[in-house]
Write a protein that binds this ligand. Sequence first.
Ligand SMILES: Nc1ncnc2c1ncn2[C@@H]1O[C@H](COP(=O)(O)OP(=O)(O)OP(=O)(O)O)[C@@H](O)[C@H]1O
Length: 386
Amino acid sequence: MFLFIDGWPTLRAEFDEMEYDVQALAGRGLTFGLHIIATTSRWMDFRTAIRDTFGSKLELRLGEPSDSEINRNVAKNVPNARPGRGLAPTAHHMLGALPRVDGNGDPGTLGEGVEDLVAQVNHAWRGPEGPKLRLLPELVELDELRSRAEGTRLSGQLLLGVDEAALAPVALDQRRNPHVYLFGDSGSGKSSFLRGIAREVQRIATPKQAQLFVVDYRRALLSEIPEEYLAGYFTTADQATSELAGVAEYLRGRLPGPDVTPQQLRDRSWWTGAEVYVLVDDYDLVATQSGNPIAALQPLLAQAGDVGLHVVIARRSGGASRALYEPVMQTLRDLASPGIMLAGSPEEGPLIGNLKPAAAVAGRAKFVSRDKGLQVLQLAYAPPTV
Ligand SMILES: Nc1ncnc2c1ncn2[C@@H]1O[C@H](COP(=O)(O)OP(=O)(O)OP(=O)(O)O)[C@@H](O)[C@H]1O
């Protein structure tokens, strides 16, 4: 089997997490008949560890011949603007064969030549077909995801989407991971994610079992949540501040007192009532210099399991690196809450662990959790009701 990676720096920039996988394959793959062929424009792009695992090196004309790893002096004599000319590992000049078998020697129509070559190879091949590359779809409907998860152990959890490695449903176990936060650029699918979570809460719980509070200054989720599930919808800072202080006060009443027995603690039977979900959209508008209504809930975040609190925060990725140290985000990170990164600009720098945002289609997410590490997902999409 041959694995071609054309443009190693792109792999590093866009699929950072894969570099180590490829390195492991490069180290051991040959035993299993795997050959890796990688290209780049500068040797520097390969980290030393991986550079050493490549057994054969060829050099075409380098932008800077003095960077040659084969022989700097000979590299200077490789003619410019003569594609295919380069150095063999023995420091002899070489001319690569034009990869076409249609009898046409014109480099100008190489694309067609390669296509023809591939067609001819396929036609002549009598052995079994290699596995097809399976790609994540750009759209996973929530309904479809629900039917795929039905009857599995995931069906009692909040379904998130489909993962790239197994193309299988992924869910959030809200008992183990009560909170989740998400970053994304405008249009990356933040509000849609919150809408999906709200729908999932309605699927797994009755209104008696779960109540939603929504902080949404831009009203993206307005009329998305049926009245029987909606405990509060806050569109201004004043409203959110006073109401969430009340919610915090109410939840403090659920904290286990000294007379709670270990048995009651285990089955959480010292209070009855609904789980409280607080969904926050556009957190950058909510947590500002002049205050943060969510801060009232911060002291309860660590005891969320005991009091039945779930906080789900979506924030614009622009400026997010500065917001990471604000108390609520800091606590969510300290608690190792799962984080989700949608499309964004890499210039923001690392936002979840050492993960930087990157360009992506809407709903394409990097999901980082304590249990599974990094997973690439396509989040499920449920169109708005209105
Ligand atoms: N999971 C998804 N899968 C496919 N497409 C999606 C997904 N989520 C969102 N989209 C598409 O992206 C568009 C923008 O989504 P959404 O309004 O949720 O983004 P946003 O990040 O909240 O944007 P803004 O910050 O501008 O409000 C949607 O109208 C939809 O077409």
